[in-house]
Write a protein that binds this ligand. Structure first.
Ligand code: NDP
Ligand code: PYC
Length: 340
C-alpha cells in the first residue's frame, strides 16, 4: 500500500481483503461475503465510485439495521418453460443471482429466451456485473430493479419512484462486450451521496428540495426528491421498471420498499428481473452474423468520434489491473473503521 497526497493506493487484492474483513466483521455469512466482495472489487476496479468501496459503508449501515438476513440461503425455483425464480430469503441479491445464473443460461439456450426473477432480496449493487456474466455465455441480457421511493415522476415534486436502473448487454469478439447500465434518475443516489461526503455542489437537474425548488445542495436534494433523466421519457422508463421488476414478479415497488424500511435507511428491499436471449433462437445456424453486423454499427458510432457505453469502465479496468486503484483517504479511513 502506498500513500500519495490524500489518496490511498490499493491493489485489487487489498480491496478484496478489506471488503472481506469489513463484511465478516458485520456478521455476514461467508458465501455472501464472497459474492458481495466480487461486486465491490469490480465496482472499484472499473472506476464506478458510487458502487465500489463506498458501498461497504452502505452495506454495513444496512446490516446494522437488522433488515438483511445475514446467512440467508437462496432457494432456486425451476418454473415451467423459460422462467426461473430465486427467493433470496431476505439476503443480498448477489448470491441469489449466482445461484440462479446456471439455470437462466440453460433455459435461454434451450428455449431461445428465459427470465430470472430474484425475489425478497436486499439490493445495493450496480447491474453490469450480472449483465457481463450473462453475456459471457453468448447471450443478450437485460436487467432491471426498483429501489426506494426517492425520485419524483416528471411533472411531480414528491418522491415516488426508485432510481431504477436499466442495464443491457450484447456479446462482442474479445473480452469487452457492449454494456450500458444507468439509473433512470438523472444520476444514481450514490453519486449524490458522494458529492455530499466531498462537500461538493450537485449540478442543476439532479434534484429538488422539499419545497419543490431546484437545488444544487446534495443534502437538500436527498431530503426533497431526485429527478428523472430525460424528463417524461426517464419517468416512463422508471415506471416500467417499477412494474416489471415489482408487481410482475410478485415483489415490491420502490414506494412499498421505503414504507417497509420505516425510516431505518437500509438499502432497498424487493426484486430484480433479468432477461436472457440466445440469438440462435431467432437465427439458428446463421447465428454468428449478428455479431459482425453489430460490429459494423459500433464502428460507425466510434467512427463519428462518439464513445460506446462502458468504454470508460473498461479502460479503468485495464488501468486498475495494472496499477491498482486510488481511494480517497477519508473513505479508506471510514471503511477501515468497520474492520476495527
Ligand atoms: P451514469 O450516468 O454514469 O451512466 C452509466 C452508463 O452510461 C454507463 O454504461 C456509462 O458507461 C454510460 N455513459 C456515460 N457517459 C457516456 C458517454 N459520454 N457516452 C457513452 N456512454 C456513456 O450512471 P448512473 O449514475 O445512472 O448509474 C451508476 C450505477 O448505479 C449503475 O451501475 C447502476 O446499476 C447503479 N444503480 C443501482 C441501483 C440499484 O437499485 N441497485 C439504483 C441506481 C443505480 P461508462 O461506465 O463507460 O462511463
Ligand atoms: O445509487 O441509487 C443508487 C442505488 C440504490 C440502490 C443501490 N444503488
Amino acid at each position: 500500500m502506498t500513500n500519495q497526497q490524500s489518496d490511498v493506493l490499493l491493489s485489487l487484492d487489498e480491496v478484496a481483503a478489506l471488503s472481506r474483513a469489513a463484511l465478516l466483521r458485520q456478521g455476514l455469512a461467508e458465501a455472501h461475503v464472497e459474492a458481495v466482495t466480487a461486486t465491490i472489487v469490480a465496482g472499484e476496479r472499473d472506476g464506478c465510485a458510487s458502487h465500489g468501496i463506498y458501498r461497504l459503508l452502505v452495506c454495513a449501515d444496512t446490516l446494522k439495521t437488522g433488515k438483511v438476513a445475514k446467512d440467508a440461503i437462496p432457494v432456486v425455483d425451476d418454473r415451467a418453460g423459460g422462467v426461473v425464480r430465486v427467493n433470496a430469503k431476505g439476503g443480498f441479491a448477489q448470491l441469489a443471482f449466482q445461484r440462479g445464473l446456471p439455470l437462466l443460461v440453460e433455459k435461454a439456450k434451450r428455449n431461445g429466451i428465459a427470465a430470472l426473477a430474484i425475489n425478497d432480496c436486499v439490493h445495493f449493487a450496480a447491474l453490469w456485473p450480472e449483465i457481463e456474466a450473462v453475456v459471457a455465455e453468448g447471450l443478450v441480457a437485460f436487467a432491471f430493479t426498483p429501489s426506494h421511493a426517492w425520485v419524483a415522476p416528471a411533472g411531480g415534486t414528491k418522491p415516488l419512484l426508485g432510481t431504477n436502473p436499466i442495464a443491457f448487454g450484447w456479446p462482442r469478439p474479445g473480452p469487452y462486450p457492449f454494456v450500458f447500465d444507468f439509473a433512470t434518475s438523472a444520476v444514481a443516489r450514490g453519486e449524490i451521496e458522494l458529492h455530499r461526503r466531498a462537500g461538493k455542489a450537485i449540478p442543476e437537474g439532479w434534484g429538488i428540495d422539499a419545497e419543490g425548488r431546484s437545488t444544487t445542495d446534495p443534502a437538500a436534494a436527498m431530503a426533497g426528491a431526485m429527478l428523472t433523466f430525460g424528463g417524461h421519457k426517464g419517468s416512463a422508463l422508471s415506471i416500467m421498471v417499477e412494474l416489471i421488476a415489482g408487481p410482475l414478479i410478485g415483489d415490491l415497488t420502490s414506494a412499498e420498499s421505503i414504507a417497509l424500511d420505516a425510516g431505518a435507511k437500509a438499502s432497498p428491499i424487493g426484486g430484480e428481473l433479468i432477461l436472457a436471449i440466445d440469438p440462435a433462437g431467432f437465427l439458428g445456424g446463421e447465428a454468428a452474423q449478428h455479431i459482425d453486423r453489430a460490429e459494423t454499427l459500433f464502428d460507425a458510432v466510434v467512427g463519428q468520434g462518439a464513445r460506446l457505453p462502458s468504454q470508460r469502465r473498461f479502460e479503468a479496468r485495464k488501468r486498475s489491473l495494472a496499477e491498482g486503484v486510488r481511494v480517497p483517504r477519508k473513505l479508506y479511513d471510514d471503511v477501515l473503521a468497520l474492520v476495527r
